[in-house]
Structures are given as C-alpha cells and as structure tokens.
Write a protein of this length. Structure first.
Length: 879
C-alpha cells in the first residue's frame, strides 16, 4: 500500500538524465569489454597462427653449419646464370641423430631457395654438396655473391630453426663470382699431398695470358668432386694432371658427360696413366702407353702436313732436370707435335667437345716470360687498369704450344637445338580450342537482331517500358552462352604433359645425354610436386612474384623435388637438361652389301621410325624393321634440303622435318659428325621428371647414336654410299703446292672466275679395307659459267683425264668405270682431281672478243661420290 505522499509523484528531469547517463556508462563498459575480448581473441588467434607458421628457434648449438667458400687451394668460383655446387660442412655434437634441412638463397631472392635434406648421426661431421642456379650478374655487387643459409631440425616432425655459433638464425657467406668468360679448372689430388704441381699451374696460366685471358684458375680440390655435370657447367676448360678420377667413378662420369656436351679437356698424360683414358673414353679408346722417359734435351717438331710435307724442325732446349715424356700410340687422333718422332701433343673431338693430350711434361712447353712493359699513361687512361695484375704470367708458351692453345682455350660452343628452341615444338602437342571469330561475331549479330526485334515488338504493343528488363534478359542469356562455350573449350582438352627432346648416346659407354622442353596443360592448375630421381636440371618459371617460397630440395645424388612450387593454370613450359645410364646400351652396328648399309640397333631405338644415317657429308634414309634391323640403300641419299624420305608428310612428320632442318642448319654441329650416326625418332622416351598423376602423355624424341661398321667378308661385292666417303685436300701428284678451290677448314667450295684444279684424297673407312674399287659415280652441283669440268685420276705415276663435261649446268653426274684409275691405298686413300673453269685458249679468245667484259665467276656447291667394289682378303681380318 502506497503512502499518500507517493501518490501522483513523477520523476524529475534530473533523475531521468542520471538514469540515461547510467545506461550509457553501462553500454560503454559493455562495448569496451566486448572490444577488449575481441582484440584478445584476435591477437591470440594471430599469435597462434604465427606460432604455427613460423618455425620455433632452438638455442642449442649442438648442430653447426658452414657454407664453404674456399678449398685448401683457394676460393670456389661461380659464374652468373650457371649451375654451381654449394659445399656444406655439418657437425653434430649431440647425443642423438638429426634430420636436417639446409636451405640457401641469394640476397634479394629469398623466395627462391636451394636446399639439402640430411640425416646426421650423433657426434659426427659431414661434408656434402648440392646444386644451385646462380642468378644474373646484375644482382651481384662486385665479384661477390652474398648467400644466406637457414638450418632446420626436422627430427620431431616439425621444422625448428637452429641458430649459429653467434646466436643468429641466418648463416651468412660471401662467394666469389667469376665474370661470364672462359674459365679454366684444374683437378687437384685428394689431399695436400696431391696438390697441383707448380709447373702445371704455370703452364695453364701462361696459355691463358697468351690467349688474352686473366691469370686466375679454379682448383677442384675438395674432398668430393662434382658428381653431376651441372657442377662443371661454369667451366669452359678442364685440366687433368693426376689419376684421381680413376678412383672416383661418379666424378669421372660427370667429366665425360661435360666433355661430350661441349667442354674442352686437357689431359697431361706424362702425369697420368692409360687407365684414366680407358675409363674416361670407354670402349672407344684403343691406344696404349709404351713407356715413359726423361729428356734433358727437348726439340718439339711439327709433323709433315699438306702445306709442309717435310714438317718443321723446332728449336732445341736443354734442361738440367729431365723433362718427363710418355711415349704413346693413340690411333684416331691428330698429332700436332712430335718429340723424337713420338707424339707430343694430340687433339681430337669427343661428341661436341674437344680433347688435348700432351705427353711431354709442362716444362718442355714453356719458357720464362719477359718482364711486362711499364705502364705509360695516356689521355684516356692516366692510371693502370685495375685488372692489370691479372694479365701477367711468370712464363710464356713456346711456339708449338702457342699454336695449340686456341684449340683448347676457346669458349664452349652452344649446344645444338637448345631447350628454348624446342619449346615451340612441344606446345604443338597441346591443342585447346579458342572460340572462333565467326562464332563471336555471329553471336553478337544475333544478340543485336533479337534486341532490335524485341524493341520493335514492344513499341508496336505500346509496352516499351518493358524494354529494359527484356534487353537485360537477352544479355544474360548470351553471356551464359559465351560462358558455356568458354568452359567447354577450357575443359575439352584433358590434362596433358608433352615433351620434345634430343637424346645423344656417348660412344663406348652406357651414358645418355638429353635436353629438351616439357609443356604441362592443366585447366585448373595443380599442387602436385615436381620431382625426379634421375638427376638433371629442370628450369621452371621462377619469378617469385607470388611471394611464396619455392625450394629445390636435394635428397640424394640425382634426386630432388620442388617444394612450394605450384603448377600454374593453363599451359606451363619447362626446360631441362639431363643425363643417365641405360643398361640396354644405345648403339648400332652395321656393314655393307651390294645395296648399301645393313645393320641392327639396340635399346629403345629398335622401335623407332623415320630413321636416317648421317655424316658431315650427307644423309641416307633408312628403313627399320622388327627387332631393330635396318637397311639404308645407296640410292636413298637425301637431297641437301630433304630430311625425310616421304612425298606427303603428316603432322608428326612435318614437325620432325622442321626440327631436323633446324638441327642441320647448325654447320658446326653437322661438321662434328666425322663418324656416321644413326638418327631415330621414338615417342615413348622417359625424360625422368614427374609432374603428378593422370596426365596424358605425349611427345617425340630424336635419338642420336654412333654407328659402328664391321668389315664384310672377303669377296663381298659392296657399294659405299656417298655420305660414308669423306674427302680432304691433298697435294697434286707432281708434289707442287696445293692451290685448289676446296677449303678443308671451312668445309666449303670457293668461288672462282678462272681455270682451277683441286686434288682430293677420298677417304674410304678403315672398316672396309682392303678394297678393290670397280666403279665410281661422282655427283657435282655447279653454278655460273664454268666452261667445262674435268675429272682427273692417277694411273701408276701418270695423271689421266677420266671424264670431261662441257658447259655444265645444275647437277652433273659422272660415271668412272676404269678400275686402274680407282686404286685405293693401304690406308684407304683414293686420289682424284677436279679441274673446272673456262679453258685457257677459250678464255683468251673470249678476252680478245670483248676485253671490257668482266670475268664470269663460277662455283661448285656440292660434290659426292659413290663407290662400288669388292672386299679383299686380309690377314688382319677379324672374325
């Protein structure tokens, strides 16, 4: 019951304001509390997320990492945009083994890392290496590359970042960078007892300075030499002056593959043995070392040559301490110099590489260099250049070594058909439709017509206000149509991986080299890991623009994977270079019969197609049958611009034709085919890289393997196709100096305007000797007003005319059926002469007729020779 005093009372305005303030304060407190709780939750979750994303740091110094920058003989050197080896030294002082991951990256490129996974036992030390691709020179300051390494402990199933001795998480190191020039490496021994002798280093530096290079060399003196050829890619030249490689099979294989890919190798045989050559070149090496002698008097001579038949006698030098020399017999190599009629320097080719073998000790090739002239300031250069000290050598090469130095100290040639040139061919395998212009234009016209019809109809009906939503509806319908067509075309092509590659077998070994391009088409991209267990270099598009870290993680020799590298949507291209061993050796054996070449191939080549036999003198189309047997008829020699023996080419053959055309347009590569090779196309060659499952496999591979010939039985009638018959210039039968129009060095015919004669030594392959020739057919391509062309031969000691063609035009075919003029010597030489031009009497009459008319030039464009004969009995014939 209320008191009378409460009846009819109202709250005062002040009470209402107080109540409102109280409510506002409570709301503010509630909001502040809610905001605080929200911030705490966000911060907590963020901290939790970061604690999960960022590896925890371990203060324990039990495991230590060192990225080595120096060997015992100097600093490691690297070349921009080339692969190199990071050398790691790890120590575990703890009582438990560790699962470690070491990753390294270059400054300003932390999103691209190169790593190595290691299992490190307790109380142990480990030295190992892994590959890394160095960036362009513009990213480096000066001649140093700053590298940051991180060491993670993965033993507990998560990554724990380990600190270095200074308590820092980042391990810093600066590596020496060599400009992208001609770089020379010298292989040292296992330890300090096997250091490179000073005279070896002096001779190498003397040659480099003579060639205008600096006096710096790279010593390969680590406990382990590069086991893959990409660890040698930064070197143009390699010098071997010990037998260390004999006991290091992995490094020996890497050197062999590096050489075959275009390296320049110098072997000082006076300091090594024949076992090194046998293991390096495999079954191809047929030489021997007779003995080793010490010489106190050394005279290096030039052997007889085409220009100087009697040779050149060198200068004699006397030595108090004998100079060692290995006396050898190595067939198949060119002898550059001799000492006491024994080879002192021999050169040869190996694949695309060059080999120099010296048998005379280094002191026999060099002399004390004169002091360099003092620097004289000029208007443009007032102070000595900063690299002046790098252009000075203590010794200088003798004259004979000056002639050899350019052969071995040249820059490596580019590989034929590099991967970037094969990308365009690989992309042809992936075909996805793009809406045609007809469909797009027709659809737009249909849309406009319907839109106009709808507007006209609504206008007649007096309902033009509905035109807005009708037009929008039509636009939506046509947009959905285009969307459906786009999605259909996008997903109409299945996920595909295609490759085009060039595979080369190394003669006498199981080694196979390959390079090419891979394209992967994924409509929606993919997270499948890119990996390989067969080694090689895979170069994806690593721009790092996404900000995510990509790691190339090596787990074992030749085994690595890319971590964090997402396969993009659409078409992605990858370039690769790889090498491997094939237990089923890629090789081909052949002989001759009355039709041409008959042979058998092994390995994956036996199932190939579009086969040909190629030399630097031409190509022959071959037919492959089951079991790898093949035949190449002498009549099936291809024209210079022909690469497949087919009249109508399908899409696959047309692509192969274009690839072959591009390959043979490289004259340097074609000239390197001094031995016959079998070229076979196969479409199921594994490149060794994995991009995930459920990818449709496509591709094409050109396999190139050396072709070994065996001698047919005695009494066999044979025909030797023209590409198997090489020829070089030779001196005329009267002994006069050669002055013809064939250039051996450039491998081309010279243009002439007057009568000229050249003598050729046609080389019959040793496998077909002894041989009695019965008939020859010469095919000559000419242009210009030649007047006449005459074929000359030798009967006994007399030069005779075998055939004359007047006013030749285009291609001329000349048959010679005089066996007496086709005598083949014991070493396989057939001497023929070629005289071309306007005869002197006709030229004189023409000159009298019009003395103001300039002489007409002419040129031989091609010459090929086919030979028929019978093999003779020989006491040296092998079963």
């Amino acid at each position: 019951m209320k008191s009378p005093s409460d009846k009819g009372t109202r709250p005062s305005p002040l009470s209402i304001e107080g109540l409102a303030c109280s409510i506002m304060r409570k709301n503010f407190v509630i909001r502040l509390t809610t905001l605080s709780i929200t911030l705490m939750l966000v911060l907590g979750l963020t901290q939790s997320a970061f604690s999960q994303a960022a590896p925890a740091a371990d203060d324990s110094p039990e495991v230590r990492l060192t990225l080595e920058a120096n060997s015992r003989l100097g600093s490691f050197s690297y070349v921009p945009e080339q692969w190199g080896e990071f050398f790691l030294r790890l120590e575990n002082d703890g009582d438990t083994p560790k699962e470690l991951l070491c990753t390294s990256y270059f400054d300003d490129a932390s999103t691209l890392q190169y790593g190595r996974k290691i299992w490190l036992p307790a109380h142990s030390k480990l030295v190992l290496s892994h590959p890394a691709l160095f960036p362009a020179a513009a990213t480096f300051s000066g001649k140093r590359a700053n590298v940051t390494s991180l060491l993670f402990d993965q033993s507990q199933g998560k990554e724990v970042l380990l600190k270095n001795r200074a308590g820092l998480l980042e391990h810093k190191q600066a590596l020496s960078i060599t400009p992208d020039g001609r770089n020379t490496g010298i292989i040292a021994g296992w330890d300090s007892a096997g250091d490179v002798p000073k005279e070896v280093v002096d001779l190498v530096i003397a040659n480099r300075v003579y060639q205008g290079l600096n006096n710096r060399v790279t010593f390969l003196a680590g406990q382990f030499l590069p086991a893959e050829e990409n660890g040698l890619d930064h070197l143009d030249h390699l010098v071997i002056a010990n037998d260390r490689l004999v006991d290091d099979l992995a490094a020996l294989t890497a050197v062999r593959r590096w050489l075959h890919s275009g390296g320049r190798l110098w072997i000082m045989l006076d300091r090594t043995g024949p076992e090194l050559l046998e293991r390096l070149f495999g079954d191809e090496f047929q030489g021997s070392v007779v003995d080793q002698v010490g010489l106190t008097s050394v005279r290096v001579d030039d052997p007889p040559s085409l220009q100087v038949p009697e040779g050149i006698v060198g200068q004699s030098f006397e030595y108090d301490e004998p100079v060692q020399m290995a006396r050898v017999d190595i067939p198949g190599m060119t002898v550059w110099n001799t000492v006491n009629e024994w080879p002192a320097a021999l050169t040869g080719t190996y694949g695309e590489g060059r080999v120099l073998i010296t048998t005379l000790g280094p002191r026999g090739w060099m002399k004390v260099a004169p002091p360099p002239p003092p620097f004289k300031p000029t208007k443009t250069m007032k102070t000595p250049p900063p690299d002046l000290a790098e252009k000075v050598a203590e010794y200088a090469p003798h004259g004979p070594m000056e002639d050899i130095a350019p052969f071995i100290f040249a820059k490596r040639d580019n590989e034929p058909l590099p991967p970037e040139e094969l990308e365009v061919f690989a992309k042809e395998f992936v075909s996805y439709k793009v809406p045609s212009a007809t469909l797009i234009i027709g659809s737009m016209c249909g849309f406009l017509i319907l839109l106009a019809a709808a507007g006209g109809g609504l206008w007649k009906m007096g309902r033009l206000e509905h035109f807005g939503w009708c037009g929008s509806l039509l636009a939506i319908i046509f947009a959905m149509l285009f969307f459906g067509v786009g999605m259909s075309n996008r997903h109409g092509t299945s996920e595909t991986i295609a490759d085009v590659q060039l595979v080369q077998a190394i003669a006498g070994t199981d080694d196979v080299l390959s390079h090419g391009a891979i394209v992967v088409y994924r409509p929606e991209g993919g997270d499948d890991q890119i990996q390989t267990s067969q080694g090689g270099e895979l170069i994806p598009n690593l721009t790092g623009e996404s900000g995510e870290t990509s790691r190339m993680v090596t787990t074992d020799l030749g085994t690595y994977y890319w971590d964090g590298l997402t396969q993009p949507t659409g078409l992605a291209t990858y370039q690769f270079v790889a090498s491997s061993e094939d237990a089923d050796r890629l090789e081909a054996q052949a002989t001759l019969d009355g039709q041409g070449i008959v042979g058998k191939s092994s390995g994956k080549m036996s199932s190939g197609s579009d086969v040909m036999v190629a030399t630097r003198r031409g190509r022959i189309s071959a037919q492959m049958t089951e079991g790898g047997n093949f035949t190449a008829r002498a009549d099936d020699v291809l024209e210079p611009d022909q690469f497949l023996n087919a009249t109508l080419l399908n899409d696959v053959q047309d692509r192969r034709r274009r690839i072959l055309q591009q390959l043979f347009s490289d004259q340097r590569w074609q000239s390197s085919l001094d031995q016959p090779h079998l070229l076979v196309w196969v479409n199921d060659w594994e490149h060794g890289f994995e991009f995930g499952e459920n990818l449709q496999q496509q591709g094409d591979t050109l396999v190139i393997a050396p072709l070994q010939f065996s001698r047919p039985p005695a009494g066999t009638d044979v025909v030797i196709p023209s590409p198997l018959l090489d020829y070089v210039s030779t001196r005329p039968p009267d002994g006069s100096s050669p002055a013809g129009f064939w250039d051996d060095g450039r491998q081309e015919w010279q243009e002439r305007s007057s009568l000229s004669t050249t003598w050729l030594s046609v080389q019959v392959p040793p496998a077909f000797l002894p041989l009695a020739a019965k008939k020859a057919q010469i095919e000559i391509g000419v242009s210009g007003l030649m007047g006449q062309i005459e074929i000359l031969g030798v009967k006994g000691e007399e030069v005779v005319s075998l055939q004359t063609v007047t006013d030749p035009v285009g291609t001329v075919v000349i048959d010679i059926d005089d066996p007496e003029a086709l005598t083949i010597s014991e070493n396989g030489e057939l001497i023929l002469g070629l005289s071309a031009g306007v005869p002197e009497d006709a030229a004189a009459a023409d000159a009298n007729f019009n003395a103001d008319t300039p002489a007409n030039s002419w040129k031989v464009h091609s010459l090929s020779l086919r030979l028929w004969g019978t093999t003779l009995d020989s006491t040296n014939e092998e079963d």
